[in-house]
Design a protein around this ligand. Structure first.
Ligand SMILES: [Zn+2]
Ligand SMILES: [Zn+2]
Length: 363
C-alpha cells in the first residue's frame, strides 16, 4: 500500500479537511504519479455538495491533475519515471462497448460507464463478483491528494511548452469546451458565441480564437465585459435586448458554459439556420425551450460531456502550439474552502490551481 494524504469532505455540508488514506501500488499496466498541481473545477463543488444526488463520502475531488511519474508497472510502455503527465476526469472505461471502441470513452456504455477520477464507480467493490461493479473498487479519490495510481492509457503527456500549473485546467475545462467546438465544426471564419465567462468560458474563448473564429461573449456581469475584450472577444450583456436583436441569425455555434440551469431561448434565436447551441456547464433540467424558434430555423440544442482521451491529448498539444494556457491563480491547499466559496459566487475569471506541494505543510 502507498501512504497517501488529501483533502476530502465527510458529508454534503462539510468543509474539505485533511484525510490520510492508502492507495494500491501500481499494477502491471499502471502508473504512479506524484501530484504537483490540481485545478479547481465547478464540478468539484457540485460533487462535494451532492448536487447530483450521487456523491459517495468521503469525497476527495480533483480531476485536473498534473504530476510527475514516480513509478511504472512492468507492462507500461507509454510513460517513464520522471515524465510530466496529466490525468483528467476519467481513469478507466469498459473498453468493449461501441463508444470505447470508437475511442469515445466519455460515452462508455459499460455497466458502470467510465470510471471517474473521483466519486467512481458509485457501487461498492463488494458487488464486483455479481458484476454490478466491473471495476472492483470503491469510491475513487481524486487529485486533491499527494499521489495517484492510474492505468497508463488514461494518462496524458504534458507538452514541455506548457507551464505545469497552467496545464491543469486544460484536462477538464479545456477538453470540455474543445470537444464540442470540434464536433460542430468551429473553424477559421466561424462566428462563435460563448455564454458565461468563468473557468470554462474563458477557455472556450481562447480556443475558439486560436481556431480562427470571431467570438462574442454573453455575460450577466458588467465587470466581465472588459475581460471578454482582453481575451479578444466582443462582450455583450445578456439583458441588452438591442444587442441580442442585432445578432439574430448571425452565429455559427454557441457554447453555454453557465454552471446552472438558465434560459437558452434568447440565444437560440442568434443561430444561423441548421446550427447548434451546445450547453456544457449545467447537468440538470434546463428552462423550457420554445420549439417555435428551433423549428423555424432547424436549429438544435445539444449537450456534450468532457472529451475523449485522444481529444484531451489533442487540446493539450493545441494549447502548447498556440501558446494559450488557461489563466490561473495558484493557491495552497489550505485555501481550498475559500476558493470553493469564490467559485460558487461566480466572481472568478480564471481557474484556481492548487499547488499540491503545500500538502506537506499538514504534517
Ligand atoms: Zn471538471
Ligand atoms: Zn465502454
Amino acid at each position: 500500500m502507498i501512504e497517501a494524504m488529501g483533502y476530502a469532505a465527510r458529508h454534503a455540508n462539510s468543509r474539505l479537511k485533511p484525510l490520510s488514506f492508502e492507495r494500491d501500488e501500481a499494477g502491471p499496466r499502471e502508473v504512479e504519479v506524484q501530484v504537483l498541481f490540481c485545478g479547481v473545477c465547478h464540478s468539484d463543488i457540485h460533487q462535494v455538495k451532492d448536487d447530483w444526488g450521487n456523491t459517495v463520502y468521503p469525497c476527495m475531488p480533483g480531476h485536473e491533475i498534473v504530476g510527475r511519474v514516480t513509478r511504472v508497472g512492468e507492462g507500461v510502455t507509454r510513460h517513464a519515471v520522471g515524465d510530466l503527465v496529466g490525468v483528467g476526469c476519467m481513469i478507466d472505461s469498459c473498453g468493449e462497448c461501441d463508444a470505447c471502441k470508437r475511442g469515445e470513452q466519455q460515452y462508455c456504455g459499460g455497466p458502470n460507464s467510465w470510471l471517474a477520477t473521483y466519486n467512481g464507480p458509485m457501487v461498492p467493490a463488494a458487488k464486483a463478483p455479481t458484476r454490478e461493479n466491473m471495476y472492483g473498487r470503491d469510491n475513487t479519490y481524486g487529485g486533491y491528494s499527494s499521489v495517484l495510481v492510474v492505468r497508463e492509457d488514461f494518462v496524458l503527456k504534458i507538452p514541455p511548452a506548457l507551464d505545469a500549473a497552467a496545464a491543469a485546467p486544460v484536462l477538464c475545462a479545456g477538453v470540455t469546451t474543445y470537444s464540442p467546438m470540434k464536433q460542430w465544426g468551429v473553424q477559421a471564419g466561424s462566428e462563435v458565441g460563448v455564454i458565461g465567462l468563468g473557468g470554462l468560458g474563458h477557455m472556450a474563448v481562447k480556443l475558439a480564437k486560436a481556431m480562427g473564429a470571431s467570438v462574442t461573449v454573453f455575460t450577466s456581469s458588467k465587470d466581465k465585459l472588459q475581460d471578454a475584450e482582453r481575451l479578444g472577444a466582443r462582450g455583450v450583456l445578456e439583458k441588452d435586448k438591442a444587442a441580442l436583436k442585432g445578432l439574430a441569425s448571425k452565429l455559427d455555434f454557441i457554447l453555454s458554459t453557465v454552471p446552472e440551469k438558465h434560459d437558452l431561448n434568447p440565444f437560440v434565436t442568434l443561430l444561423k439556420r441548421d446550427r447548434t447551441l451546445c450547453a456544457v456547464g449545467a447537468l440538470e433540467p434546463m428552462v423550457g425551450l420554445d420549439n417555435m424558434q428551433l423549428a423555424f430555423h432547424r436549429t438544435r440544442v445539444a449537450g456534450s460531456l468532457i472529451g475523449s482521451i485522444a481529444e484531451t491529448q489533442e487540446v493539450l498539444d493545441f494549447c502548447a502550439q498556440h501558446g494559450i494556457p488557461p489563466d490561473i491563480e495558484r493557491i495552497p491547499i489550505q485555501d481550498i474552502n475559500h476558493a470553493f466559496k469564490r467559485v460558487n459566487e461566480g466572481d472568478v475569471r480564471f481557474r484556481y490551481v492548487i499547488d499540491m506541494a503545500t500538502l506537506a505543510d499538514e504534517d
